[in-house]
Design a protein around this ligand. Sequence first.
Ligand SMILES: [Zn+2]
Length: 479
Amino acid sequence: MSCGVLFCLLVLGVQTEKADLVFRNGNIYTVTERQPKAEALAIKADRIIFVGSNTEAQKYIGKNTRTIDLGGKTVVPGLTDSHQHLSGVGSREITLNLEGITTLEEFLAKIKERAQQTKPGEWISGRGWIETFWKPPVFPTRWDLDKVTPNNPAFFVRADGHALVANSAALKVAGIDKSTASPPGGDILKDKQSGEPTGMLIDTAQGLLRRHVPPISAADAERAVILGVKRNIELGWTQIQDAGGSYAEVDLFRKLYRQGAIKLRIYKAVHGPSADAERLLNEGPSIGEFGNRFTLRTIKVVADGALGSRGAFLHEPYSDDPGNTGLLRANEETLLPMLKKALRSGIQVETHAIGDRANRFMLDQYEKAFNAVPIEERKVQEPRWRDEHTQIVSPEDIPRFAKLGVTPSMQPSHAIGDLFFAPSRLGLKRLAGAYAWQSLIKSGAIIAGGSDAPVERGEPMIEFYAAKVSKLVSCVMHF
Ligand SMILES: [Zn+2]
């Protein structure tokens, strides 16, 4: 056939482009079903131009091509953590890191050691404790802390970031006592007999204390970002999606990019509704700054708290705390106008929703906004709004994600971390719609995988492992 001949001639006439870099003899995972494994890959500038066999790779090698023999080593595509808190990851390295502690005694010993190195009157803080593995698994109290921090105001944030425990000196500075009422969306836990605050502040109640803590210095804020970036790169992440923050942070990131201090690719959000969110809505998204390394186009909304600290917003009360249905931290009056504006200005919205009632609230709000702003009035036709965590969903709400085009952004390690308390908090019946990766995938939703560090450790291999052992996914294609 004449066109066949012509095609042949054209192919013969084309010189193969030579690569800058060729990797050979690798165990390369491509994450495509058509060609799952390969031996070699070729790179030109910032693009992969070939993936295949060693023999085929030969033709991309020219006199200026650098070749690397991988000697059978494994290569995977650049990994993106779809949900983490970069400054939090870095701060955990600067303040007291309380991860992996298994007893109250060990927790107090670590704090005592830090208190002995701190000048009297200076604040002490830290993050990462989780009482679920302690015996008994109960929250620490101010009275525990008072024994080891007699001369300093001190507070320590639970791993999930949704609760903290403060000592008596810190509560005193904040003016929190018996008579202080819990703020909306928060809880000041009080001793059942004496009515005194126990030191545990849940969700928005943390703000009553935090506003009295001297702000982190500019130098420490910068150090936290650099340490966070370093840790992420060492762990193998090539991009992280930073779930929240402010323009102060955006300015700091830009400054550090300009100085060449950030090699990681960052996709950034700011918290809203807020003045920062309003600014983003007015200025519009900024995509691919600093050589496609920095994008700002998302508003992070928080709909409820976390399951561990019983702040997740539920339809029915907690199985282990009758009368408590958790906390709703958003409201339609301020949220819906912002959502509509976001559709018109091409801004992505991501909402933290853990409890089944918070998830329904979020889906309802998104649906109202989608109905109110027709496609022709939207800046982006497919807005890809997200639901952060999607932990407990009523079975009847599961199909709504795919139908509305909402992306569940989920963390495999939460399913493992919560294993120890989810059954007691929720009861067995409600677990049907909890951590429902398979049902969401089957319903047609595309899940974004992440770690939520520093809530979890933030290691890609832990996330893969958690996804595999919990049978959340049948393969890692969806990660
Ligand atoms: Zn988070």
